[in-house]
Structure formats: structure tokens, C-alpha cells
Design a protein around this ligand. Structure first.
Ligand code: FAD
Length: 392
């Protein structure tokens, strides 16, 4: 027998669970399909920052920075056990590309865009305190700025949002793999495999929140819609054995190409990332390359020589970003989320491409706005701006 729901969502990453929570809170019946386990994809392989994205100011993405800072404030309030403010340090050396006046201007704008809310202050670490900064190299060091941003456990946050969605009535099917959908005038007949069988669900709306698998998932929907011009970019982090930086998170410039890299504490270890390398292939097979780990070890050696020497073995993990296609380096591409729908009037499918962990609530709201005309009116169950997100 074919079951029915208002929304079927493909993908148990932060975007899928965010849509599930918001739709369930609005009173809709929701089924979320995840082929492995919650946060099995990019949502457990990020830099784990809930941040405005200071560096996006360089590319003029003011709207995105403002929205991200707003979301940071909301998550600090809704998920205080999962999202915490950390102190960040930006060292400026004689050869650092971003000069002190550029950083001071950027941090002033950042504080302004945060509305001078909690965590919006910044300043300079006095010279006499530089030797307390976890062994940061002081040769030719000119200034060290500090400011605040958020850090989280991305997978735990994803599980917390899904637990909230389930409390609001959403259903999680996992492991359950989406295998195809046929669009009808009133919705989509969604097929998925679970426990060796094939199940059908008639959904008013199908949400493709499959992250780097979203193009694959879109190709399984008939009739086919045009795919946006996107590409996958791999980002690797290196996790090295303890002791981690004790003072906070360091935001340094790669000596090789000027890219911004974080050196941060993570579960009793030091985590360094990330890289950006174009990825072609099956997202199931993404893995860190030797070249990437060399690159990250080189950054650590430049700024924390003692830490680099003390750290022996480590492990690396890689995740995939979905970015707009283009010819320039991925570092300079827009980080705005992209949405597509199958038709302008009463769309049956909305696909989410790209996005940030930080802005998952705003992304969910925007995705639902795109398909609002196709969903029946329901009695809301809760206001997600007031629903706490305790660890699941
Ligand atoms: C290296 C890196 C660092 C980042 N750092 C940050 C950061 O510090 N802060 C920040 O805000 N953002 C960061 N981001 C961005 C952020 O992590 C991602 O935007 C976000 O996690 C994407 O979530 P998602 O739900 O779209 O995708 P995913 O988390 O990948 O979820 C997609 C899910 O779909 C499932 N799936 C796929 N196909 C099917 C199918 N056929 N049936 C059922 N399920 C399926 C997968 O198993 C997966 O669980 C980073 C990204 C990268 C790559």
C-alpha cells in the first residue's frame, strides 16, 4: 500500500533535518530518508564552526555574513550545550597578506553586522602575552587580533535537530535509500529501499537535501529538470594527537597560497583545516589525499613549530562542498545557498545545493518558502525560534 505525507525529505544532514524540524513545527507530516546514518555526509566533516564567516567580507558577501551572525546568536540561545563561543586569534606577521588595518576594518564591520550582540567585541593581544599563545611563532610577528565566534559538534547538532523534529512528529527512516520519484500533478510518488524491500510514499513535496549527492538524487526524478551548474570541492582536516591549543582557535594564512586556515582544539586533539580541491567522482568515495595532509602539516610547522614537532601520528577526514561552477579558485566562489524547483507554479520538488551548517535554519525556511503554495494549511505545533535543541 502506498503511504502519504506532506513532505518527503532525502538526506539526514543538517539541511534535511532542519527542513524536517521546521516543516513538522508548521504542522506538516514529514518523512525523512537517510541512506546511512544522520550526519554521515558533510555534516560530520565540516570545520565545526558556527560563524559569520569573517573572510566572506573580502568577497563582499555582506548579506550572508549578516544572516550567519544572526543565526549564530540564535543557536547560542537555542543550543547552549552544543554551540559555544570560542576566542579566535589572528596573528599578523611582516609577510601576512591581510594587513592590520584591513583586519581592524573587517573586525569592526563584523561586529557591526553582528549588531554588537554577545561575542561581537574584538581587540589586540598585548605583546607581553604573546608567549601564552600555545607556542605561536613570534618571529616577525607584528600584531595578534582576538575576536569571538562559535564552535560546535556538527554531527551532534544534526542529531539534536532531528530529535527535535521527531518530538514534533517527523518520521526518520534510516537506513533508507531514495531510489526514484515520478512527479504527478499533485505531488511525487517517492520510492525508497528499506530492509531489503521497496516502499512507496505519495508526497505533496519532495525535498532534495542530499548535499553532495543532490545532483545524483535529482537525476533519479522524472520527468527530469535542468541541473544547476555546480561542482564538488573537497575539504580536508587533519586531527593530530594532544595537546591541542588551549587558548582558543587560531586563524592563520597558508604561506603557500594565502588561504585562511584554522588551527583549533577538537576533542582533546588539534584539528587543522581546511583545503579546497576540486572533486570528480562518487561522493561515497571522498578521502583525504597525501598532498592535502602535507599542505596542512606545512601550515602547522610555519605557525606552531613546537606543536608540529610534538605531534606524531594523526588522522584526516574529508568532506565535500557544493559550490557554483566556475573557472577561478574555489576559495573565491560564492558561499550562498542555491535552490531549484521543478516548476514555477505549485512546485513538487525543491533541491538545496551548497549552504552552511551555521545557516541551516535560514536555509530550511527558504526551501519551505519555495514550496509553500504546494503544501496544505496545517495547524502549527511550535515556533522553531523557541524550540530548544538539547543534545540528543
Ligand atoms: C570541509 C568543509 C568545512 C566546512 N566547515 C563549515 C563550518 O565550519 N561552518 C559552517 O557553517 N559550514 C561549514 N561547511 C558547510 C557545511 O558543512 C555544509 O553546508 C553542510 O554540512 C551540508 O549539509 P547537507 O545536509 O546539505 O549535506 P550532507 O551533510 O552531506 O547530508 C546529505 C545526506 O544525504 C544522504 N543521502 C545521499 N543520497 C541519499 C539517498 N539516495 N537516499 C537517502 N539519503 C541519501 C547522505 O548519506 C547524507 O547524510 C563546511 C563544508 C566543508 C566541506
Amino acid at each position: 500500500m502506498t503511504r502519504a505525507c506532506d513532505l518527503a525529505i532525502v538526506g539526514g544532514g543538517i539541511h534535511g533535518v532542519g527542513v524536517a524540524q521546521r516543516a513538522a513545527a508548521a504542522g506538516h507530516s514529514v518523512l525523512l530518508l537517510e541512506k546511512e546514518r544522520l550526519a554521515a555526509g558533510t555534516s560530520s566533516r565540516s570545520s565545526k564552526l558556527i560563524h559569520g564567516g569573517l573572510r566572506y567580507l573580502e568577497s563582499g558577501e555582506l548579506r550572508l555574513v549578516r544572516e550567519s551572525l544572526h543565526e549564530r546568536t540564535a543557536l547560542l540561545r537555542l543550543a547552549p550545550e552544543l554551540v559555544r563561543l570560542q576566542r579566535f586569534y589572528i596573528p599578523v606577521y611582516a609577510d601576512t597578506r591581510r594587513r592590520p588595518w584591513v583586519l581592524a576594518a573587517g573586525l569592526t564591520l563584523y561586529a557591526g553586522l553582528a549588531g554588537f550582540a554577545r561575542g561581537a567585541s574584538f581587540g589586540l593581544v598585548p605583546r607581553h602575552a604573546w608567549d601564552t599563545l600555545d607556542g605561536l611563532s613570534t618571529a616577525r610577528l607584528e600584531r595578534v587580533f582576538w575576536y569571538h565566534d562559535g564552535q560546535t559538534d556538527d554531527a551532534a547538532l544534526t542529531r539534536a535537530v532531528m530529535a527535535s523534529a521527531e518530538r514534533l512528529g517527523a518520521e526518520l527512516a534510516s537506513p533508507a535509500t531514495f531510489i526514484g520519484a515520478e512527479l504527478r500533478d499533485d505531488g511525487a510518488v517517492v520510492r525508497y529501499s528499506q530492509r531489503g524491500g521497496v516502499v512507496e510514499c505519495l508526497a505533496r513535496v519532495l525535498v532534495n537535501a542530499a548535499g553532495p549527492w543532490a545532483p545524483q538524487v535529482a537525476r533519479l526524478i522524472s520527468p527530469a529538470s535542468a541541473l544547476p551548474d555546480v561542482e564538488l570541492v573537497q575539504g580536508t582536516h587533519l586531527v593530530l594527537e594532544a595537546p591541542p591549543p588551549a587558548r582558543g582557535i587560531y586563524y592563520v594564512e597558508s604561506p603557500r597560497d594565502g588561504r585562511a586556515i584554522f588551527v583549533m582544539p577538537w576533542r582533546g586533539a588539534a584539528m587543522i583545516g581546511t583545503t579546497e580541491v576540486r572533486f570528480r567522482g562518487n561522493p561515497d568515495e571522498v578521502s583525504a589525499s597525501v598532498g592535502e595532509t602535507h599542505y596542512l602539516r606545512g601550515v602547522l610547522r610555519r605557525y606552531f613549530p613546537a606543536m608540529a614537532a610534538a605531534h606524531g601520528s594523526g588522522r584526516a577526514f574529508a568532506g565535500l562542498r557544493v559550490l557554483p561552477g566556475g573557472t577561478g579558485h574555489a576559495f573565491h566562489r560564492s558561499r550562498e545557498t542555491m535552490y531549484t524547483v521543478d516548476r514555477a507554479r505549485k512546485p513538487r520538488v525543491v533541491s538545496i545545493y551548497g549552504g552552511k551548517l551555521t545557516t541551516f535554519r535560514a536555509t530550511a525556511a527558504e526551501a519551505l518558502k519555495r514550496v509553500a503554495a504546494s503544501l496544505p494549511a496545517r495547524r502549527p505545533r511550535a515556533d522553531v525560534d523557541r524550540v530548544p535543541l538539547p543534545p540528543a
